[in-house]
Design a protein around this ligand. Sequence first.
Ligand code: BGC
Length: 250
Amino acid sequence: MNVFGVDIGGSGIKGAPVDLDRGDLADERYKVLTPHPATPDVVADRVKEVIDHFGWSGPVGVTYPGVVTDGTTRTAANVDPAWKDVDAQGLLRERLGGLPVTVLNDADAAGVAEMTFGAGRGRTGTVMVLTFGTGIGSAVFTGGRLLTNTELGHLELGGHEAEKRASTRAKEDEGLNWEQWGRRVRKYLAHLEMLFSPELFVIGGGVSRKAEKFLPHLTGIRAEIVPAHLQNNAGIVGAAMAARAAVEGA
Ligand code: BGC
């Protein structure tokens, strides 16, 4: 079965039909740039552009880089403040001509995809899927079940918000090399380990493609640390999974 997945990110809005039997994209993904300012209305138009590119009509799952409860976006750390308390699901459904739309947090989507098709498959202990990008997203699982909207990128570490120090944006903005960035990530993981004792950390986001560069610096952590298998497509796959679950549960 194919369902459409869209990932709204700080730099791009990308989407593709997803083959939910294989847990992979069914077609090459299509990406448009995130507009600036990224207000709900303009972003909704771009999401429509991505979907129209494939002539898709069917259920659509959409990730959002902030807290989402019942289809309403609650926070806006790295997007336009106008997203606070917006019925994003309703807005997108209306913009997409009434297609069934499900909106969820981006890291939660990536986490669900990794647990089903990727690096967390079959793991029943506590698993933390972390996505490194403009911010740091988190998805926490135990017994395979997700605790939604955990927001652990905003934990305070050494007087700073963790994502301001250890996201890949921080790496780029401060010109950190892999070792310098890796040291910050290690400190962050050690803190999470002290609080949650996970058996596994899955490192997602674009950096998952460069695991050999940073894994050697993540020493002294008891939990296993692995790169995400679905890499940057995990959000799209997880969004489509959530949309199917919503349609089936309806
Ligand atoms: C947001 C999270 C999001 C993460 C990754 C954080 O700033 O608060 O909701 O999952 O960035 O995009």
